[in-house]
Ligand binder design. Structure first.
Ligand code: FES
Length: 110
């Protein structure tokens, strides 16, 4: 079930922010020329929050060891270790909603 997360105008194209939805830490990222996406907000490497992640409008970079992901898809770029889990997201009436049901963060094998 979709739950209200925040207003659409709290994020801009090319930007990102961390939100909490139903106890899930989630990154909202709005890639350039794309739509708002919602991915796990913890790094698949060590489960640390991606609050300080770098986002250039296309690529998300973890500040700890610089793993990177495509913000359109969550696909790992370097290393090719682990995808970011993606949450269904919708925007309606200027409000962003996320459905967390059945989605769990992914982690690289140790
Ligand atoms: S904790 Fe994110 S790359 Fe290591």
């Amino acid at each position: 079930m979709f739950g209200r997360v925040c207003k659409e105008d709290t994020i801009v194209e090319g930007g990102m922010r961390l939100v909490i939805a139903n106890s899930h830490v989630i990154i909202l990222a709005w890639p350039d020329n794309g739509v708002i996406k919602a991915f796990q907000g913890v790094c698949p490497h060590t489960n640390t929050p991606l609050a300080e992640a770098d986002f250039d409008g296309a690529v998300l970079t973890c500040p700890s060891h610089s793993w990177t992901w495509d913000a359109m898809t969550g696909e790992p770029i370097h290393p090719k270790e682990c995808w970011l889990a993606e949450y269904p997201v919708k925007v309606d009436g200027g409000i962003i909603y996320i459905d967390t049901e059945g989605v769990s963060p992914l982690f690289a094998p140790r």
